[in-house]
Design a protein around this ligand. Structure first.
Ligand code: SAM
Length: 452
């Protein structure tokens, strides 16, 4: 692909993002804003660029299935990407006329390649226009069919259907292709949800209270990150599921809390809000540049009770000594299959080998946390993934190795309580929030069985 970008052009900008993502040069969510600036995309077209980029990624395998009968021989990967994003607009965005999509694609193909590629793109898209695309209902194998229908790799659909059943898997995969909800957490130390709703609405945004978490608002019609409420430290952008661990920890003022995998600090700052005016949360992360993000957010929100540390959670007893914390959160690095809605690239980059590797890291972090926890203290293990080996499997392995740790029901807001007392697995289709897992444990005081 020639390095000839078309300034201000939404489709060319989408092509350059998708091409970089495919070549593993960057993640789509990080690249999108950068590309909007470097291409000078107008405010009015930013939404369209986001829609085409994410939509094409979300439906990539379905689009390839549709395109396959029309592509004869080998084509350059960037031309395939251009065809995908063109077909995405034709199939999923009914407001863009066929001929406009084809004309744009041909112009880009000529400029980025040459006239021959332009006429090939023209030929393929015109054939699609004439003949229509085949249906995935033709696929006999049920796993393969859901895989193509929802554009998730077959191994992932197979794995989920073995763990959760076919129906739940299809529901989840369809949900993953929807736009994520925008939610914010109100900094209750600074404002009430009602005050924040008023502030956001005065700037033209729409906000409504969540039905599950009192400090959570669901926002639409704008970007809360650009609002006055954000600038003044009254809100944090956070998914609703990610607000659960601070509840499960049962934090009380005056406690000393360790957030072992803390960056960028969404849960650290929530814990700090629950500490109110006394106590401390130690926010640790392996990467210095990420710890900076925690510090920036803590400063914006005006939190005084956060201490940040760059370090490896797996080696932290030496630093703090045993039994140093009342509460510990291990919001572990994970495979992220619960956040596919926000990061569709995850579908194509993860492999089945990732789960075992991540379990090893997670167990090492949990082992260390068990040493650091005071007797009677509570620790929470959470991930934003959907996989039984990684979530439940890790929690069970941990319990086997730690008879001093008792699994306890997670202390979640009432709407969650009805969902059972054991491990908590939130599916993306449950509340429209991220897929998430929580397990809570209490450390024995050594006196628990006294007298028996
Ligand atoms: C799921 S993210 C944490 C999100 C964070 N709790 C929040 O709510 O904003 C996992 C974090 O673990 C960090 N991490 C990975 N390995 C680690 C280790 N051995 N010790 C400490 N942090 C680690 C990563 O850098 C990453 O920031």
């Amino acid at each position: 692909m020639k390095n000839k970008k078309i300034h201000g052009n939404v489709r060319d900008a989408a092509l350059s993002i998708l091409y970089a993502v495919e070549n593993k040069q960057a993640y789509s969510n990080l690249l999108l804003n950068k590309t909007m600036d470097s291409y000078g995309i107008s405010a009015k077209n930013k939404g369209l660029l986001t829609e085409i980029t994410y939509g094409t990624l979300q439906h990539q395998m379905t689009l390839d299935y549709y395109l396959k009968p029309f592509i004869k021989g080998k084509i350059d990967p960037w031309v395939r990407t251009l065809l995908r994003l063109s077909l995405y607009q034709i199939i999923y965005l009914d407001r863009i006329p066929f001929h406009a999509v084809i004309n744009e694609a041909v112009e880009i193909a000529k400029l980025r390649g040459h006239a021959g590629i332009g006429s090939m793109v023209n030929g393929i898209l015109r054939s699609v226009q004439r003949e229509g695309v085949r249906s995935y209902n033709e696929i006999a194998d049920p796993i393969e069919k859901i895989s193509i229908e929802t554009s998730h790799p077959a191994w992932m659909i197979k794995r989920w259907s073995e763990q959760f059943g076919m129906e739940k898997t299809r529901e989840m995969a369809l949900e993953n292709n929807k736009a994520p909800l925008q939610t914010v957490r109100v900094n209750m130390a600074q404002a009430t949800p009602e005050q924040v709703i008023e502030m956001l609405e005065s700037e033209g945004l729409t906000a409504e209270p969540s039905k599950i978490i009192p400090e959570c608002l669901i926002v639409s019609n704008g970007q809360p990150v650009r609002s006055q409420a954000f600038e003044k430290g009254f809100i944090t952008i956070q998914d609703e599921s990610s607000m659960l661990p601070a509840y499960a920890l049962q934090v009380e003022p005056g406690m000393t809390v360790l957030d072992m995998c803390a960056a960028p600090g969404g849960k650290t700052t929530h814990i700090a809000e629950k500490l109110k005016t006394s106590g401390k949360v130690v926010a640790m992360d392996l990467h210095a540049h990420k710890v900076k993000l925690i510090e920036e957010t803590a400063a914006r929100l005006g939190h005084q009770h956060i201490e940040t540390i760059v370090g490896d959670g797996r080696e932290s007893t030496e630093r703090f000594g045993e039994a140093a914390f009342d509460r510990i959160l291990v919001d572990a690095p994970c495979s992220g299959l619960g956040v596919i809605k926000r990061k569709p690239d995850i579908k194509y980059t993860k492999t089945p080998d990732d789960f075992g590797r991540l379990q090893t890291i997670q167990l090492a972090l949990l082992d260390e946390a068990a040493k650091l926890l005071k007797p009677g203290g509570v620790m929470v293990y959470s991930t934003c993934t959907i996989d039984n080996e990684e979530n439940r499997g890790t929690a069970e392995e941990f319990m086997k190795a730690h008879p001093e740790m008792e699994q306890i029901p997670s202390a979640l807001p009432p709407a969650f309580k009805s969902k059972g007392q054991g491990f908590v697995q939130v599916f993306p289709q449950d509340f429209g929030s991220d897929g998430f897992f929580i397990a809570s444990f209490r450390k024995s005081t050594g006196k628990d069985n006294a007298g028996s």
